[in-house]
Design a protein around this ligand. Structure first.
Ligand SMILES: [Fe+2]
Ligand SMILES: [Fe+2]
Length: 223
């Protein structure tokens, strides 16, 4: 596993994974112990890619996990647009379309993003909770969900009260939000999904897939 297994994924634990031999050491700004390079989706290939693992190592049992990974790809596209808009707004604070893109991104996270989190928190995590191997990774990922929500709120407040002179602060918040979301998705794809896919029974994974569909149809809870 790319991060050396779930035991190594602790909030605030810094790591140099993936950086060896690359000269200057990038900084982990997320506090999640993962350095994510800008515009690099956790879902786009790489040895730890779950899209590969979901179809390759779970023998067709990966629909639930593949769907979560597809969500991550959609999230990544939104994050890239968010970063571009925040850059544009920091250069021209009267750019209404850039502010609109940022507000739209927040809208996406409060709807589709909330659904994605519900698939994880209400469907996946409860099935893993009885398994001792997942104790630490679950607490790390739940902590990250809370941190991401806090960061989303800060960004949202900044957008709501946006006024000339706020461009740099909004950009700072947007970039931090994007990095935290990326680091979190990468942690899930590398440290949790493959292990979960191989630890749960095919029946359980099929049941989770049905629950996910029910939630998408609006007949399963989202919180
Ligand atoms: Fe998550
Ligand atoms: Fe996720």
């Amino acid at each position: 596993m790319a991060l050396g297994g779930p035991m190594r994924l602790q909030p605030h634990q810094r790591t140099t994974q993936g950086l060896r031999g690359r000269g200057r050491r990038p900084i982990d700004r997320t506090g999640y112990g993962i350095v994510v390079r800008r515009n690099r989706s956790p879902s786009r290939g790489g040895a730890g890619s779950v899209s590969r693992m979901a179809t390759g190592t779970t023998n067709g049992r990966g629909d639930f996990f593949a769907s979560l990974v597809q969500d991550h790809a959609r999230i990544e596209a939104r994050l890239e647009a968010l970063e571009r808009a925040a850059d544009a707004l920091s250069k021209s604070e009267s750019d209404a379309s850039a502010l609109g893109i940022i507000a739209g991104t927040l809208g996406f996270f409060s709807t589709e993003g909330a659904h994605h989190e519900a698939h994880e928190e209400l469907t996946l995590f409860p099935r893993l909770r009885p398994l001792p191997a997942f104790k630490q990774i679950l607490s790390a990922l739940e902590f990250q969900h809370r941190m991401n929500a806090d960061e989303e709120q800060k960004l949202s407040a900044c957008v709501d009260r946006f006024a000339p002179g706020d461009g740099r602060e909004l950009r700072r918040l947007a970039l931090r939000f994007a990095e935290m979301q990326r680091a979190h998705a990468m942690a899930e794809e590398r440290a949790m999904f493959p292990l979960a896919a191989s630890s749960l029974s095919p029946q359980t994974i099929a049941e989770m897939g049905r629950e996910m569909l029910d939630r998408k149809r609006g007949v399963a809870p989202i919180e």
